[in-house]
Design a protein around this ligand. Sequence first.
Ligand SMILES: NC(=O)c1ccc[n+]([C@@H]2O[C@H](COP(=O)([O-])OP(=O)(O)OC[C@H]3O[C@@H](n4cnc5c(N)ncnc54)[C@H](O)[C@@H]3O)[C@@H](O)[C@H]2O)c1
Length: 365
Amino acid sequence: MAADLALELPGGGYPILVRHEAVAECAARVAEIAGAASVIVISDETVWALHGPTLLGALGAVGVQAAPLTVPPGEAAKDLAIVARLYDEAFAAGVDRGTILVAFGGGVVGDVAGFVAATLLRGLRFVQVPTTLLAQVDSSVGGKVGVNHARGKNLIGAFHQPALVFADTAWLRTLPPRSLRAGLAEVVKHGLVARPALLAEAPAALRAWERGEPEAMALLVASAIEVKAEVVRGDVFEAGQRALLNLGHTLGHAIEAAHPGVLEHGEAVALGIACAAERSEVRGLVSPAERQVVLETLAACGLDTAWRPWISPSVLDKVANDKKIRGQYVNDVLLSGLGRCQIDSVTLAAWRRTVTGLAADPVEA
Ligand SMILES: NC(=O)c1ccc[n+]([C@@H]2O[C@H](COP(=O)([O-])OP(=O)(O)OC[C@H]3O[C@@H](n4cnc5c(N)ncnc54)[C@H](O)[C@@H]3O)[C@@H](O)[C@H]2O)c1
């Protein structure tokens, strides 16, 4: 299965290639972009131990001698101290303004390496080679890069588009099942924002993948990327519609920030989506049956939807640090159907009241 997609943007877009088992082509594409320039690969220690030699070998076969730099696995790598170390190591490896950075890993690597690419020497070209489902369907596309701050997630960053996204589902074979399921939360999110067919396709692709049939997963990745690319194309700097992709993220980010390292990003987003679906029903924006479809879809993807136990003063405090807060207003996202969402701008106090109220007084299933 091969899908050649693109994100067209004013001033030039970039190809997004979805493949299964195509490391040689990936290396050839990187070589083509680099030309005579040097290449630095940034990965995390886990991905590098599993797949570094394969990628380096493929790059070597097309004449690219890449310098590898690694960061520790996990969210803690999204840190300015790590970025500073990567700057030092890149200089030691001889980086210049023509150098191509390759982000080889999950969303964490893509965000950190992309931030290095956005800032080092006032901006380097970079290639996203995502190795988690979440990174393939979401974070590698759209150019949001950055790191966390003690006050909250993703508070330091930039918009810096890659020169190429090369999503090869073969890398997912070594992904722990838990991380694969977490990635499906972002697929469900894309379905709820714009493509309801994904709601049935996501659990079906998971089942097929578990049976050793990769085709449906590659198709799912391509379909989910199309949604992301379409939304980003219409609103590159998140002045409007792109904010709909934050469905489930206000609560999800707050849970992640209050309990670092406990949940994967996609797992926290799934809890946020479940809460948003219930709030949408209370507001009369979706029917009880539609809310039930959302919860059942997440559950069929192996994701927990029991968000109530996570509501605590520390989680509610973290919502105040969300980067979508404007003044006292939270720009959250609610469903207005299956495949349609809307921005819900409410005061922080009202948001907290609604969520704590709903947590104490569940909607009947
Ligand atoms: N920039 C964006 O638009 C955007 C969008 C969504 C999420 N994000 C960010 O993405 C991050 C989450 O990404 P993630 O879920 O990919 O997490 P991650 O990058 O931490 O990867 C999860 C774990 O899987 C391991 N891993 C990666 N690929 C593997 C493979 N092929 N085989 C075995 N193990 C592998 C990693 O080492 C890590 O331990 C969060 O920081 C989130 O904020 C960014």
